[in-house]
Design a protein around this ligand. Structure first.
Ligand SMILES: [Zn+2]
Length: 355
């Protein structure tokens, strides 16, 4: 591409007079330097329940009349993460919506993006908390990781899921509703986004991975038809079966889950109510996200049938565990050389008793 250049002109000037060039070099940056910008930012509330209306408001001061771009950033374990952006009005005032869709306690700040004329700046950081509107049962310490190496999904990716309803019991509508409700609660507890890919013919935890398959698959079978044990007391299995080496926020090596899901025993789910099916799904998706069993019977990750007595909400230990595999824990980065070479591991999946 042809591009006019000023360099030869400058060179000619240099040959004419060294002192003149020195002056122009000194003068030029001062003239072209972006001018000062200041951004202020305050939260309209520092705590909220899900769905609350909270904003960060402030002003960009830069002695200009242009609208500026302001970015809302949230501090997670891997650093400041962009959440959203808005434009100021001509006076520099802005208001940006703070997410209250998921549970977190972290710092927020706004940043004005530099442009040709004006510098960038960041506001002071303010801590914001989004907390449940209900009182979760039990202790926040009632959770365990499923894997021994901090296995989890990359919470900074949008995870896709699909449902294989071909043999779904009690019926496809109940199943779809139960799974949708559960993933909304997981999203609320983790900050992880899920996208529904609809119907799939894939089966989870079968060590077969096709590019078109969703990341997380929900499907139905019988004990006789699967290598996984779906025996008399096992209603479903949940987990993941393909991982790759990655690093967490501290640089520690972990396994990043790439494929997983829930395999239900259709003979067990056939007699379940919609509530029971969702209770079972809340437990199994806990495994999918990387949580193991706990002795406490007031948590969804209990190994016992007590989970069928719990309200349809994650409890204190469940929520704390989910937050540890969620967005606040920071993004995962694939280990160098492992970007493509993902490989199979034995399915990490656990049973749950029905009765
Ligand atoms: Zn289990």
């Amino acid at each position: 591409m042809h591009r006019p250049t000023r360099t030869p002109v400058l060179a000619a000037v240099a040959m004419l007079s060294t002192s003149a060039l020195t002056v122009s070099l000194l003068a030029a940056p001062a003239e072209a330097a972006p001018r000062k910008t200041r951004i202020s930012g305050t939260l309209t509330a520092t705590a909220s329940n899900p769905g609350g209306s909270v904003a960060m408001t402030g002003t960009v001061k830069d002695k200009g009349k242009q609208k500026r771009t302001v970015v809302l950033e949230q501090k997670i374990a891997t650093g400041w993460r962009k959440v959203d952006k808005v434009r100021t009005d001509r006076s520099g005032a802005y208001e940006i919506t703070v997410p209250t869709t998921w549970f977190y306690s972290s710092k927020l700040r706004t940043r004005v993006v530099k442009n040709r004329k004006f510098r960038g700046d960041t506001s002071r950081a303010h801590r914001m908390s989004v907390v449940p509107a209900y009182v979760p049962l039990g202790s926040p310490t009632s959770w365990t990781p499923l894997g021994d190496k901090g296995d989890r999904w990359n919470p900074c990716r949008t995870l896709s899921y699909g449902i294989n309803t071909s043999r779904a019991t009690p019926d496809a509508a109940t199943v779809t509703q139960g799974i949708t409700n559960t993933l909304a609660l997981v999203s609320q507890a983790t900050g992880v986004q899920f996208t529904f890919k609809g119907e799939t013919d894939a089966m989870p935890l079968d060590n077969r991975f096709r590019r078109k398959d969703p990341d997380i698959v929900f499907a139905f079978t019988t004990d006789e038809e699967t290598k996984l044990d779906l025996g008399p007391v096992t209603a479903a299995r949940g987990g993941y079966d393909r991982t790759r080496a990655a690093r967490d926020a501290r640089g520690k090596r972990v396994w990043e889950a790439l494929d997983g899901g829930v395999l239900y025993d259709l003979t067990d789910t056939a007699t379940m109510t919609a509530v029971q099916f969702q209770q079972l799904t809340l437990h199994e998706v806990g495994h999918v996200m990387g949580l193991g069993h706990v002795p406490a019977t007031d948590q969804y990750m209990t190994a016992g049938a007590e989970l069928y007595d719990l309200p349809l909400l994650y409890q204190a230990g469940d929520l704390n565990g989910l937050s540890k595999v969620g967005l606040q824990a920071g993004c995962l980065r694939p280990l160098r050389g492992h970007r493509k070479s993902s490989f199979d591991r034995a399915p990490v999946s656990v049973s749950v008793t029905l009765d």
